[in-house]
Design a protein around this ligand. Structure first.
Ligand code: NI
Length: 135
């Protein structure tokens, strides 16, 4: 009887989509306004989904207070109000697309959560554009 629990969080961050091995003209052609050299911001909505068995003693899949603290400590404290390209180790050499941000968030959380629970990250970059990892 697998059950999923979800925690929604939010962070603001700036980024620039940029491939170092391309010139500015090609970056602009591929990434458009998202490659603006002076950066731009997004209000990211993050949904962390855990799927597993309901524990018979607690009735929980996972303690949501613990999940909320974990996301804050590992993810939102790290990225909120940051320039992802300039202020974070994770995106110094990794293009901060929503795809890559979702995967980095997964990797930051995966080691902290019991391996018996499935973890899925959904990240909204805008209301209409969002990614899911793993697919
Ligand atoms: Ni952008």
């Amino acid at each position: 009887m697998k059950t999923s629990v979800y925690r929604k969080e939010h962070f603001n961050a700036a980024h620039r989509l940029y491939n170092k091995s391309w010139d500015d003209e090609k970056n602009e052609r591929v990434f458009g306004k998202c490659s603006n050299p002076n950066f731009h911001g997004h209000n990211y909505e993050l949904i962390v989904k855990l799927t597993g068995d309901v524990h018979p003693e607690t009735g929980y899949v996972y303690d949501m207070k613990k999940l909320s603290d974990l996301i804050r400590d590992k993810v939102t404290n790290r990225f909120d109000h940051k320039n992802l390209n300039l202020d974070t180790e994770e995106f110094r050499d990794l293009n901060p697309t929503a795809e890559n941000i979702a995967r980095v968030i997964y990797d930051l959380l995966r080691g902290e959560i019991d391996g018996g629970l499935d973890l899925k990250i959904t990240l909204y970059e805008t209301e209409r554009n969002y990614v899911e990892y793993p697919a």
